[in-house]
Write a protein that binds this ligand. Structure first.
Ligand SMILES: Nc1ncnc2c1ncn2[C@@H]1O[C@H](COP(=O)(O)OP(=O)(O)O)[C@@H](O)[C@H]1O
Ligand SMILES: [Mg+2]
Length: 489
């Protein structure tokens, strides 16, 4: 490998080189000053190289060396609590990383025979999602919405909710402003979650090659945990910017542009990435990799090229609505437009019983509400449905960083769907929720502990729980002692 080549042309992000007799696709080449590039477009003697850093120092005619290596990254527990670039170089000030091993960033997805069905829930701690769009470990669930609709917030809350679950997280920031990334890191640190998270950053100012590589590198780091039996959560924030970086590289490399000027293989590069999310059979490590890719839509257009692709690649989507956001219905999850195609099988059984009808009932309520706006005369039954729906909506509101345990969620949802809140004034529903959660946390009758187990909710337990919750609401002065069933004294 003693040969050298020369730089023919250099642009922002890519270079053309010539002179090597043989060069493998994906091989790293080294420029003077230590900058690396990834050989991609091999065409006879000439090769297109994606630069993995700033190109300012490279001149035409400069000498280039082969390395015989492909792009790789350190992996292992030493990365936890660290902020690194896609090549695993520290971006924090915690010194060098003593990683046990390195892995290529681009690896084939586990074969089908190694994969186990999704059957364990990944709790987000967010009622609207856990109840109506449950996510399972090993699933790929897209988070999509316009800018400033709470996408990052949902992803972050999901990471923070893994505090006591043993799930390790990888947060991969792609193309974001530095200030946004700093905020995310501060949130993770303040919540004590950074120590079980790896943060991989390729910022908007970084070379497009690094932004392109970031999610693959982050996935390689996540896979190493998964193969040791750990459940891992990975967030790609976001793949819209990833697609843009790839488009920029492709245009610079003069590949033919296709729809929306994206190169023809843009679908393939995202599919190849997300195929790596899975749950492994015990004999193949037994861990899982749950992927939450984020994409940003423009004016809610989900039929644009990148959203369409990613919707078809993933197992469902959490759709965040700017209209709900503007109305203060936070998190702004549009339940009607969101779906989880595999998570239902993983949902907690006690949950399924209470949350099962919620989705449908809520959709019917929204329809009815629109209809009721026309000032139509409403019968008592319809008025009750509307009042119930409004309470469901109130209960689905949730501030950021305020996670509910499984038991708390089941109690709150059960109280709502069983009509315990019907007598509570709408503006006091948040208070009612607090009273219910307090009761569950105190757990005077040991019921909450049973709620959190794998067993479905037994009938007697359900009645006892409801009695306890009625009592809690009455003690808080939110309903009459007699309870909602018996009307007013
Ligand atoms: N459930 C929520 N309650 C209150 N504020 C929220 C909630 N979700 C998001 N926000 C706020 O909305 C803003 C936008 O959220 P962010 O997650 O950054 O949006 P996006 O990633 O979609 O651009 C942030 O200031 C965030 O704190
Ligand atoms: Mg964001």
């Amino acid at each position: 490998m003693g040969e050298t080549a020369r730089v023919l042309r250099v642009g922002k992000g890519v270079a053309a080189i010539a002179g090597f007799s043989e060069l493998r696709a994906g091989e790293l080449v080294a420029f003077p000053g230590g900058l690396h590039g990834m050989a991609t477009d091999l065409d006879g003697r000439e090769a297109g190289v994606v630069l993995l850093g700033p190109s300012d120092e490279i001149r035409e005619g400069a000498a280039v060396r082969r390395t015989g290596r492909v792009a790789d990254t350190p992996v292992g527990p030493a990365l936890l609590g660290r902020v690194v670039d896609p090549l695993g170089r520290p971006l924090d000030d915690l010194g060098r990383i003593d990683a046990a091993a390195r892995r290529p960033v681009d690896r084939p997805a586990p074969p089908i025979m190694h994969r186990a069905p999704v059957s364990v829930p990944l709790q987000t701690g967010i009622k609207a999602i856990d109840a109506t769009i449950p996510i399972g470990r090993g699933q790929r669930e897209l988070i999509l919405g316009d800018r400033q609709t709470g996408k990052t917030s949902v992803a972050l809350d999901t990471i923070l909710n893994q505090k006591d679950t043993g799930v390790v997280s990888v947060y991969c920031a792609i193309g974001q402003r530095a200030a946004s990334v700093v905020r995310v890191i501060a949130t993770l640190r303040d919540a004590g979650a950074l120590k079980r998270t790896v943060v991989v950053v390729a910022g908007g100012e970084d070379a497009p090659g690094l932004q392109y590589l970031a999610p693959y590198a982050a996935t390689a780091m996540a896979e190493a945990f998964m193969e040791h039996g750990t459940d891992v959560l990975i967030v790609y924030d976001d793949l819209t910017r990833h697609a843009r970086a790839y488009r920029e590289l492709s245009l610079l490399l003069r590949r033919p542009p296709g729809r929306e000027a994206y190169p023809g293989d843009i679908f393939h590069i995202h599919a190849r990435l997300l195929e790596r999310a899975t749950r492994l059979r015990p004999e193949h490590g037994g861990g899982s990799l749950t992927a939450l890719p984020v994409i940003e839509t423009q004016a809610q257009n989900i039929s644009a090229y990148i959203p369409t692709n990613l919707i078809s690649i993933t197992d469902g989507q959490v759709f965040l609505s700017p209209a709900l956001f503007a109305r203060g219905q936070l998190p702004a999850v549009d339940i009607g437009r969101s779906v989880s195609r595999v998570g239902g099988k993983a949902q907690h059984p006690a949950y399924r019983a209470v949350a099962g009808d919620l989705r449908l009932a809520y959709a019917q309520f929204e329809e009815l509400e629109t209809f009721a706006r026309f000032g139509t005369q409403l019968d008592a039954e319809t008025r009750r449905t509307l009042e119930r729906g409004r309470r469901v909506r109130a209960i689905l509101r949730q501030p950021e960083r305020d996670h509910l345990s499984v038991a708390e969620q089941i109690a709150v949802l059960l109280a709502t769907t069983e009509g315990l809140l019907d007598e509570v004034a709408l503006e006091r529903c948040a208070e009612a929720e607090r009273a219910i959660r307090q009761r569950v946390r105190r757990d005077p009758d040991g019921l909450a502990a049973r709620l959190a187990t794998e067993a479905p909710l037994a009938r007697a337990d359900r009645e006892a729980l409801l009695d306890g919750l009625r009592d809690a609401l009455a003690s808080a002065g939110l309903v009459d002692r007699a309870g909602g069933d018996h009307g007013h004294p």
